[in-house]
Design a protein around this ligand. Structure first.
Ligand code: SF4
Length: 247
């Protein structure tokens, strides 16, 4: 056993429990899409606000009777349909290429068969397709009707994990998936892993802001080296004028 890894697992569990108490677990699933539709939704959502990617997803649904029709559509038309997302000119051809790859590799335009695989095998199958990374593969397995025990990590989740020291300062989102998953109990259910992702993401959105984290009201402060360092700097800054006055 690695004591440092044990410490990080204990910290990951403490963070999970505190944030679950704050945000209320179990968190209801926000999607009930089949896995192929979840893949489309997830690809649209990259670096895009939820409202915009949701609008683009609905626009695709309204324009094409099924995902096969999207593959066959003129790419500029797909690009115009998803115009509200970030980088529609890249996402339109990528969506078509990825759906085409699913059909070629599986022999049908469906991902329902992934439910018969274990999580590592299902993730490896998805990630073998160019353009699908760990975040997308985990989202397809976790958020879709497959409800498989995979841990997605988005930018908010990643920021909180980094600031609390669960991952190092140079670990990027992709590699952080395996590290953060390994810190949690191997037998955790799909719901428990979904909760873990959701509460860390919510905490990044509502307290551990990108520019000015609200450490003063954060229930993780005593566990967080970043928050403690900020508090130390604030205290030193507050004491400075008094010291100057005294001299
Ligand atoms: S103490 Fe501050 S930096 Fe740490 S998790 Fe809380 S808000 Fe983020």
């Amino acid at each position: 056993m690695d004591p440092a890894a044990d410490d990080l697992s204990a910290k990951a569990l403490a963070i999970h429990r505190r944030l679950c108490a704050l945000y209320g677990c179990p968190i209801p699933y926000f999607h009930s899409l089949d896995p192929l539709s979840e893949l489309v939704s997830s690809l649209l959502s990259h670096r895009t606000r939820n409202a915009e990617s949701g609008r683009a997803f609905k626009a695709l649904r309204a324009r094409y009777p099924d995902w096969a029709a999207l593959i066959d559509a003129p790419t500029p038309e797909v690009e115009a349909t998803i115009a509200g997302v970030t980088w529609p000119e890249l996402k339109a051809p990528r969506l078509q290429a990825i759906l085409r790859a699913v059909r070629e590799r599986h022999g049908a335009l469906s991902l329902d068969f992934l439910g018969g695989l274990d999580v590592p095998a299902a993730r490896a199958w998805l990630e073998a397709i160019p353009g699908i990374g760990p975040k997308t593969s985990a989202a397809v397995l976790s958020f879709s009707t497959l409800r498989m025990p995979a841990l997605p990590v988005d930018s908010h989740h990643h920021r909180v994990a980094q600031r609390t020291g669960l991952i190092g300062p140079r670990v990027e989102v992709g590699p952080s998936h395996a590290i953060l998953r390994a810190q949690l109990p191997p037998g955790w259910s799909a719901q428990a892993l979904y909760d873990n992702h959701e509460v860390l993401m919510l905490h990044g959105q509502r307290c551990c802001f990108h520019r000015a984290p609200a450490c003063g009201r954060c229930p993780l402060l005593d566990l967080c080296p970043t928050g403690l360092a900020r508090r130390g700097r604030d205290a030193a800054a507050a004491a400075r004028p008094a010291a100057l006055t005294a001299s």
